[in-house]
Every structure is written in C-alpha cells, then in structure tokens.
Ligand binder design. Structure first.
Ligand code: PEP
Length: 253
C-alpha cells in the first residue's frame, strides 16, 4: 500500500505569528478529526520552520521546507541548505516547484543536485514536475515531464529514490482555479509511474507516492484521489485556510 499524502505548500505567505496561529489551528483539527488514512505535511516559509517544528512535536504531522540549496554551507548569500533544514527538525523539502523553475531559473540540472543533497542529508523530497499550458496545447507534455524526471531526478540510485515523493503539478492549474480533470491527471500519473518503472523497477514504481497539485480544493479532491495512480495532493491556496485544508484531508481519508 502506498502512503497517501496531503502536503500544504504555503509559498511566501504568513508572518511568524500568523504561521503559529495557522499551525495551531490545523494541529487541533487534525487531532480531533483525522482518521489517520493519510500523512499530513506542512511546508511554511523558512522563517517559521523552527517554531513550526516545536508546535508539531509529538504529533504525526510532518514538516517541510519549500526549497533548498545543494551545498551544505558556504558563500551563497540568502540560501538555505538541506543540512540547515534538517537541523530545525523538518523532514521534507519541496524541490523543483514550477514557481522556482519559472521565476528563479531552476533547471533540471539544479533540481538533481538539490535532490541528491537533500537525500544525503536525511530529508525526504517532494519533487515537482509539470507542463505549461503551451506544452499541454502543443502536446509535448509527456516529453517535458519525462525530461524533468530523467534529467532532474533519476540520477538518484534506488536507495536514494526511496526517499522521493513525486508531485505532478500542471503549471496551468496552479493558483488559476483550473484543475486538471481526474482523467487528465490520472493519465499523467500513470505515465509517471510507467517512467519510474522503466528507470527503476515495477516494485519501486508501485511504492512511489505520486501527488496531484493544481487548485485542489475540498470539492474536487475526492474525484482526483479516487484515481488509481493519484496518492494525495500538494495544496497551495487551500492550505492557507485551516478548514479548507482539513476538508481536503478528510476527502482523502
Ligand atoms: C502549489 O503551489 O503547489 C499549488 C498546487 O498551488 P494551488 O493549490 O494554489 O494551485
């Protein structure tokens, strides 16, 4: 059985105080309502990670960062290393989010270095792939996602890859209110699993959790999750409201 995962990507939202309030609220709802059918992960901004780790201590809720550098330390002003993320008590890191690729020039070469470094430092990686609207329309989307995996992730060996969760996030569906239909998402998830099986093994592909991301909300989560190859969600906007986020968790189980 693959682990079902609901991860909240808060992006550049919430001050320290606001983060603490939201985490406290989510923690309470999860404690009272969550039936334990999925792993819940929160990914607040870097400045909130240490305090989030304290607030989540003793709970089953996981904690992740939204990005990392690939070196452990050094003259990289403004950057944060996997070693530093691990040191505050986080267990996950999102790598290759489309906003990092689009606005910060992140390449497949960089995502691979980051993933390698994150795993070496004991973090689990939520690795994002996805095509733009143009790539969907010109029907290159399978090729684009396959290249993101081949060039940006598959340099990891089998043991390292056991620490990876893949998130399919069509760029045209992120923060736009447009969602891939369950069938469109399933088609890509199935393809991603096939590509993982080809590169690694069938067994590894079967064990890898593949999340959907892109305007997932309480009212569309159940339909997406019902698909065979969709193992949860990476949630942006709806993760900033405790009730909405909790309703997505409930839809997943
Ligand atoms: C995301 O940024 O990972 C995301 C899926 O955002 P949203 O849910 O807002 O589309």
């Amino acid at each position: 059985m693959r682990t079902k995962i609901i991860a909240g990507n808060w992006k550049m939202n919430k001050t320290l105080e606001e983060s603490q309030a939201l985490i406290t609220e989510i923690r309470g709802i999860v404690r009272d309502e969550h039936r334990g059918g999925s792993k819940v992960i929160l990914c607040p901004p870097f400045i909130s990670l240490a305090s989030a780790a304290r607030l989540l201590e003793g709970t089953e809720i996981g904690l992740g960062a939204q990005n990392c550098h690939f070196e452990d330390s050094g003259a990289f002003t403004g950057e944060i290393s996997p070693l530093m993320i691990k040191s505050v008590g986080a267990q996950f890191v999102i790598i290759g989010h489309s906003e990092r690729r689009q606005y910060f020039g992140e390449t497949n070469e960089m995502t691979f270095k980051k993933a390698k470094s994150a795993v070496r430092n004991g973090l689990k990686v939520i690795f994002c792939v996805g095509e733009t609207l143009q790539q969907r329309e010109d029907k290159t989307f399978f090729k684009v996602v396959e290249a993101q995996l081949n060039e940006g992730l598959f340099g990891l060996d089998r043991k390292e890859f056991a620490n990876v969760v893949v998130a399919y996030e069509p760029v045209w569906a992120i923060g736009t209110g447009l969602t891939a239909s369950p069938e469109q998402a399933q088609e890509m998830h199935h393809y991603i699993r096939k590509v993982i099986a080809t590169h690694y093994t069938d067994e590894i592909a079967e064990e890898t959790s593949i999340l959907y991301g892109g305007s997932m909300k309480p009212d569309n989560a159940a339909g997406l999750i019902a698909q065979r190859d969709i193992d949860g969600g990476l949630i942006g906007g709806a993760a900033l409201k405790a009730r909405e986020f909790a309703d997505i968790i409930r839809a997943v189980g």
